[in-house]
Design a binder for this molecule. Structure first.
Ligand code: GLY
Length: 597
């Protein structure tokens, strides 16, 4: 592996006080803060690469690639490890989307392994409940999709025997791994909401409580980071999957344990049944692709709002020259306005397209986006109203709340020229907080991604309302970018709730418009507007570029932006294909890690 630096970072020096890197020109360093802290640099490999949010998961994917596995094989192995070592973000009890670029055929395929509402679910499922009450309950658990998705992508695109993909996860579950500081801190932050060790809403489930905490009525602090953790129940689940395939998860003893965990929830029982599990199917959906300055940007369509919102933002931004500095007030203003416009449409139109008519094509229609771009002036537009895209759609009311968070992203390119972009989730931290007894994995709370209200005050239904068997709207934006000839250029995606859309769009703009390499693109502090305030990320020494956040804030406020300065929980995993090899960037706001050769 060798570190590679593309375009000099000097392009950013106007408004950005850069941290010194080997690649930063002397003139740039002279303008920076006196004691600049180096920021991470990109990694380049010759033929294969995997980027995840955890070094153990990256290593698992790397081993599989080295053994001749495809990107799909590597993603399966990485997912089995992520569910163990980063359980707050994704796992077997959750759901995921995969965008696949096939090296041989050049085709893009998308796979929807999103959780589903049980057949017994009704529109008033969350009526009168606070988000926390809904989240920490059996009602929020959707029928998991991740095990079926793993099997589907392996069947369609795998090269190694299925059984071999479980070796790294099994070794870690039985031999042990170290709990990360990040996991421990998150457990502690949730425990702090409880009245006492015995009176608990968070980690109310005794299995999860015992696994993640000191587990007594007098000492229920989180096990500290670095604790050696073993999870033999998780190993048993992996063995079942390995030996019986996904059917071993969706039927039989494991399915019974899932149903028992949902229906026996100590706070609010849910209604998932064995039939719901046995009926679960991955959906192959048409990719949603849009053009951005001559590049084809492809991602996941409904039930995800990801590709539509990212595509709208880019289609609007295409009408402007963004200059050469991603943190210049002009560029940030434009990015924020594009975010406002995209979120206005997203909140009105997007739900599971198996249940509501989403005007997907119209939302990305170039003339429509030109019209939307025409609404942007030098001043902040304030709350954007949704537009009326061409095409059919159901009359719906906007969803006002937006509760998504958590999640993890995996990007892989293999030696065969395939690429995979997978965003995977249990929704909020540790999903609904219940660990399946004997299963060693957590259940999701994905159904809180539905609108809690079924209709607005006039009774107009909300596209993303709860319906039986429906998949909740997502913001997950696994994305693959190709050139005009269909050659692979970029694999990107991130966790971060509804901010996923902005993080992903920003990574693409940073590479395409500002010429940054993937790591430099990730190192740029985040800016975004989801049709509320314009959020600026404060600089993080050694992780992001340094910059004068107060000056940017003042410049935006002068244009009428309401501005917040907030920490951001992105977890971008980005791979760029260049003539010099695969160039990778990981997000060190989390435990990001790059592997390959
Ligand atoms: N739960 C995160 C998302 O689907 O957007």
């Amino acid at each position: 592996m060798r570190v590679r630096s593309r375009r000099g970072l000097g392009a950013l020096t106007v408004a950005v006080a850069l941290a010194a890197t080997a690649a930063a020109p002397v003139a740039a360093q002279q303008q920076t803060v006196p004691e600049a802290v180096p920021v991470p640099e990109a990694v380049t490999t010759a033929q294969e690469m995997v980027v995840t949010a955890n070094p153990l998961a990256t290593r698992a994917g790397e081993q599989v690639l080295r053994n001749g596995g495809t990107a799909a094989d590597a993603a399966v192995a990485a997912q089995t490890v992520l569910g163990l070592v980063e359980p707050q973000s994704s796992g077997l009890g959750g759901g995921a989307f995969v965008v696949w670029h096939d090296g041989a055929s050049g085709e893009i395929t998308t796979y929807d392994g999103r959780e589903k509402a049980p057949l017994a679910a009704t529109e008033d499922r969350f009526a009168g409940l606070s988000f926390t009450d809904a989240w920490q309950s059996g009602l929020s658990a959707g029928v998991p999709g991740t095990p079926a998705l793993m099997e589907e992508i392996h069947t369609r695109h795998g090269a190694l025997p299925w059984q071999r993909l479980f070796a790294p996860g099994l070794r870690l579950a039985l031999g042990g791994y170290e709990m990360t500081d990040r996991t421990a801190a998150l457990v502690d932050s949730y425990l702090a909401n409880n009245d006492s060790c015995s009176d608990r809403l968070f980690f109310r489930d005794p299995v999860a409580f015992e696994y993640y905490t000191n587990g007594s009525e007098t000492d229920c602090a989180a096990k500290p980071g670095g604790t050696r953790m073993r999870n033999p129940d998780y190993a048993d689940t992996l063995k079942t999957l390995r030996d019986e395939g996904a059917e071993g998860f969706y039927t039989g003893q494991l399915a019974e344990a899932v149903v028992e965990a949902v229906q026996g929830d100590p706070h609010l029982p849910g209604d998932m049944t064995l039939e719901d599990l046995a009926d679960y199917e991955v959906a192959e959906r048409s990719p949603v692709c849009s053009d951005y300055r001559g590049h084809e940007v492809c991602g996941m369509g409904p039930p995800s709002s990801g590709a539509l919102a990212v595509g709208q933002m880019l289609g609007i931004l295409e009408h402007f020259d963004l200059g050469d500095d991603p943190l210049d007030p002009d560029a940030v203003h434009l990015f924020a306005q594009a975010g406002r416009l995209a979120f206005a449409d997203r909140n009105l139109y997007v739900g599971d397209a198996d249940f509501v008519t989403v005007p997907a094509e119209g939302m990305l229609d170039p003339d429509y986006l030109a019209e939307r771009a025409g609404l942007i002036t030098d001043e902040d537009m304030g709350t954007a109203e949704p537009g009326i895209p061409p095409g059919e759609f159901d009359p719906t009311a906007p969803q006002t709340e937006s509760n998504e968070s958590g999640t993890s992203h995996v990007s892989v390119v293999d030696r065969y020229g395939n690429a995979l972009s997978m965003t995977t989730t249990v929704e909020s931290g540790f999903g609904n907080g219940v660990m399946v007894d004997g299963g060693g994995f957590l259940l999701n709370n994905e159904l809180t991604d539905f609108s809690f209200a079924a209709a607005d005050a006039e009774g107009t239904p909300i596209a993303n309302r709860v319906q039986p068997g429906k998949r909740p709207r997502s913001s997950m934006s696994p994305t693959i970018v190709r050139d005009a000839e269909g050659s692979l250029e970029l694999v990107t995606g991130s966790p971060g709730g509804s901010r996923i859309i902005g993080y992903t769009a920003q990574s693409i703009v940073n590479v395409i418009d500002f010429g940054l390499d993937p790591q430099q693109a990730i190192n740029v502090p985040h800016v975004q507007n989801n049709n509320g305030s314009t959020a600026l990320e404060p600089p993080i020494p050694g992780v992001t570029l340094d910059y004068d956040v107060a000056a940017l804030r003042a410049a935006l406020e002068a244009r009428g932006h309401p501005v917040t300065v907030t920490e951001q929980a992105s977890g971008l995993s980005v791979i760029q294909v260049t003539s010099e090899g695969l160039v990778g960037g990981a997000d060190y706001r989390r435990d990001g890690s790059i592997g390959g050769r």
